[in-house]
Design a protein around this ligand. Sequence first.
Ligand SMILES: Cc1cc2nc3c(=O)[nH]c(=O)nc-3n(C[C@H](O)[C@H](O)[C@H](O)COP(=O)(O)OP(=O)(O)OC[C@H]3O[C@@H](n4cnc5c(N)ncnc54)[C@H](O)[C@@H]3O)c2cc1C
Length: 233
Amino acid sequence: MDRVSGRSGDRVALHAIIGGSHRIIEGSHLLVALGKTPNTNGIGLECAGVELTSSGYVSVNDRLETTAPAVWAMGDCAGSPAFTHMAFDDFRIVRDNLRGRKRSTTGRQVPFCLFIEPELARVGLNEVDAKRQGVDYRLTELPISSILRTRTTGETRGKLKALIGEDDRILGFTALGPRAGELLPPVQIAMRTGLSYHAIEELIVAHPTYAEGLVSLFSNIKPPLERHGTINA
Ligand SMILES: Cc1cc2nc3c(=O)[nH]c(=O)nc-3n(C[C@H](O)[C@H](O)[C@H](O)COP(=O)(O)OP(=O)(O)OC[C@H]3O[C@@H](n4cnc5c(N)ncnc54)[C@H](O)[C@@H]3O)c2cc1C
């Protein structure tokens, strides 16, 4: 970013150098999100033998055990993805481990929803992630306006998007649209249990609901040879 002109709440222009060329991005508001730092300094954790990471988070292993015996850390302070639902899952992991189970944070899903207008929700890989990781995928997309429910509500902005792997499993799902966050759980269950996308494609979903869009989205998968991923990209 080069400079900002105007006044947030009225009219702002962001002057930036993107890809070597000067661009001006205009809007009404400017939200500056600088991140958070853990509040772990000066509370005597070192006296208890609880070590911190170089970023100041409580250092934990995949069972959320700290470096001190019988001391556990959960949520934001433990450096978990900074969402309420992840802090809650940390609690469940610690609770279950205290009960003698062997639960870990490794490989767990991190769904999220941004409550903008319309909502933006995602779980798993998006295209940028897949390309960066060299994962082959097929892409399916559906404009929100294709979901018949939107004819009754008039909320037609947005789209659904999913990445499908070689084995027909769902690698990632993104929804931008009304109640987008509510569309995540059926896809999450399919991803978590290793179901193919056909499991959702073949569901009978009540009409007219937003979830009908999932059936349309997964009925629209291109044949395996028409990939968008790294091999033919
Ligand atoms: C503006 C904002 C919006 C957000 N929106 C969302 C959202 O829409 N969805 C979502 O999933 N997540 C959201 N988050 C993130 C979410 O709030 C956190 O990830 C979540 O609260 C983490 O839970 P936690 O229990 O780890 O920490 P916290 O909820 O922060 O709880 C930590 C508690 O410890 C207390 N505490 C701190 N230091 C001490 C001390 N020395 N001694 C005693 N007590 C102490 C604090 O006062 C606090 O009560 C948002 C965060 C912010 C800041």
